[in-house]
Ligand binder design. Sequence first.
Ligand SMILES: O=P(O)(O)OC[C@H]1O[C@](O)(CO)[C@@H](O)[C@@H]1O
Length: 384
Amino acid sequence: MSSAGGVRFEADRLDDQAYLVEGDPSGMLRSVASASAQVRAAYRSAVENGVGRAGREGRPRAIVVAGVGASALVGDVIEALCRYGAPVPVVTVRGHRLPGWVGAADLVIAVSRSGRTEETVAVTAEAARRGCALAGAGTPDTPLSALVERAGGPYVPVGGATGVAGQPMATLWSLMVPPILVAAALGLVPAGESEFESVAKRLEDLAHRCRPSSESFINPGKTLAMELAGTLPVIWGTSPLAAVAAHRLAIRLNEDAGYPAIWGELPEAAHNQIVTFDGPLAGRDVFADPFADEPGEGTRLRLFLLRDVEEHPQVTRSRTAAVRMAEDRGVPVSEILAEGVHPLDRLAALIGLCDYASVYLALGYGTDPASAAAARELQARISQ
Ligand SMILES: O=P(O)(O)OC[C@H]1O[C@](O)(CO)[C@@H](O)[C@@H]1O
């Protein structure tokens, strides 16, 4: 048993079927299980809504993806997919303003589940004023959809769902598939029906293995949640794409469980975050833990390596050395190896598992994974 902020993580809860329903009133576990359905539906909807027209006027000079939070990860995924093979730069803008260089030769893809997020709407409006080509994904009949449609761009509607199914964190795949298909229409990413079907199958398989009725000792989602519990997680990706999954896990932990997390990417993290293995938060209790049952129990640093089979050889050396160094210093390490040939398959393998782990972690702490109350409070405070 571990505790944080006076809230106990109770592993038993993860195998208590009644609690998994009661403790998750909005059905976040069901929304994670819907990932494969999201992929299939978003593929159909993107095709029906004409994402293919993005390629008709030739390639843009650059692609800018506008979004914040989970929606901004879509830009990071496209950037990671395009980084080494595509002749077009991809930049994600998480803020209110477009960089000065963006102009009429560029394509701006706006991503927002709500279609109303202040930053994303502001950037898209600025892009429209500068004459950029626009595309988008999110809720229809919103300020965002109006901007994209007025500019003649494809806008792929994402659900009309309310509750947890309407939350950006719960709809990553619905938001991600259409912009990737825009990049595919531009010849930048090899992704079509068969690739997305394979992603859907992988997510389906994970949903089966991580289902609530599968017990902790054979359930990889519950196992990962138990490894996360009581730690300050340092999550590293070993490739650009795996780093997006690391970022995704960190922000899911924040939003689902109110849990802190540090994420990074090798080789960069080997130049700075590795020093934390020698720091005051490593290898022993870091927060006084009034509920600890055993001496030595409490929150401490733990390294989570999200591994991609496509690692730079020097990253492989760096990772191997970092694991040894962590073990020498008493920092526990969990490694998750992404399976799959296509990069999207490997991304799905990592994100699919991490999404379950994050929700199970929240439930183990008795937290409603759909509340994200502080983020809403802040938005409400600044919108007045
Ligand atoms: O996709 P949207 O609706 O623009 O929301 C962006 C982000 O804002 C939040 O709703 C928090 O304010 C996050 O949950 C989400 O990832």
